[in-house]
Design a protein around this ligand. Sequence first.
Ligand code: RBF
Length: 157
Amino acid sequence: MIKIEGNLNASGKRFAIVASRWNEFFCDQLVKGAQSALIRHGASEESITLFRCPGAFEIPQVARRIASTKKFDGVICLGVLIRGATPHFDYISSETTKGIGNATKDFDIPFGYGVITVDNLDQAIERSGSKAGNKGEEAALTVLEMCSLLEKIDGLI
Ligand code: RBF
């Protein structure tokens, strides 16, 4: 059996991080996690650009516009949605997730899905750098792996 999988080498690649400003304290932790993962795997500081948008709802539009520039090898989408008393959480989570998913289908580069959707602050703490890891770091590593896997698939043709 021939097995093809991606590696985690960020050197020579350019990355965009799109992070929303809502729940900024937690978002910043996700950004730090993503940035540190990229740097640890060989990215230079100058190869990473952070784009800040208002809320999670806006992330897909920004991510798509960034991909259209063709200046980046991967886009890491980071946001924090915390459930409130109204159905807004469900509407925004759904649109954000669908929007990032659609971007993945419409563009050739990988998009990391590091938008956490949580019921309360404890869950946000857990997912932004404590008990449940750092979802920003995980999204960055996924983008790295996907960049490499897609390159290898292209190399087959
Ligand atoms: N944006 C987030 O990124 N996280 C949230 O938890 C969040 N909660 C919201 C709750 C309500 C009731 C509203 C109206 C907006 C919320 N937003 C949140 C902002 C949303 O993503 C978007 O930026 C705004 O609705 C403006 O388009």
